[in-house]
Design a protein around this ligand. Structure first.
Ligand code: FES
Length: 192
């Protein structure tokens, strides 16, 4: 009898506890709203990107990655454009440069000239006051005369537009666009 009564009381208490549990719930107040607010504030400080980011993995890095991709594309374009330019004597690579002994008659000196730099520039590097105007092969201000023979046997003219065949045969050269290709003697400040 007592046992049955105790069991009844126990069952009643258990049911009451269960009923209270479902009535009030065990849910605790969460910080969901605060977390949301923090995420929104953080997102506002991150630059916009042009592509969807999975979760928040790329926060702060997406923009940089997009810029890098865009930059890489431009650089490739520039390389392609550069590859179409014609190479001249001035583009000879450092490890292929050759040097020739050249006598400057009026200066009374013989110096070594590289084949990747105009005669005029290399003479000026010696401190000599040599004549010039356009420095593009379009006048004759920088003219000189190679005393050994036809000038183009001894120099490469890169785009000279003033000397005719006879003048070249006589040894005339435009020193601003003339690159040495052998040893010779030259008189500077000489024009046809
Ligand atoms: S400076 Fe004009 S052609 Fe050399």
């Amino acid at each position: 009898m007592v046992d049955a009564f105790s069991l009844s009381i126990g069952a009643l208490l258990t049911l009451t506890a269960v009923a209270l549990h479902f009535a009030k719930g065990t849910e605790r107040p969460t910080a969901d709203d605060i977390a949301e607010e923090v995420l929104e504030r953080r997102a506002a400080t991150v630059p916009e990107t042009d592509f969807p980011e999975p979760m928040n993995r790329a926060i702060g890095g997406g923009g940089g990655a997009a810029a890098a991709v865009a930059g890489g594309g431009d650089a490739e374009g520039e390389l392609e454009e550069g590859g179409e330019e014609a190479a001249g004597p001035g583009d000879i690579p450092e490890d292929e440069i050759e040097y020739y002994e050249v006598e400057f008659v009026k200066q009374g000196e013989t110096i070594e000239l590289a084949n990747n730099e105009p005669i005029l520039d290399q003479g000026e590097e010696q401190g000599w006051d040599l004549p010039y105007a356009c420095r593009q092969g379009q006048c004759v201000s920088c003219g000189g005369r190679i005393t050994d023979g036809p000038s183009e046997d001894y120099v490469v003219h890169d785009n000279q537009q003033m000397l005719d065949e006879n003048e070249i045969e006589e040894g005339y050269t435009l020193t601003c666009v003339a690159y040495p290709r052998g040893e010779f003697s030259i008189e500077t400040d000489e024009t046809p």
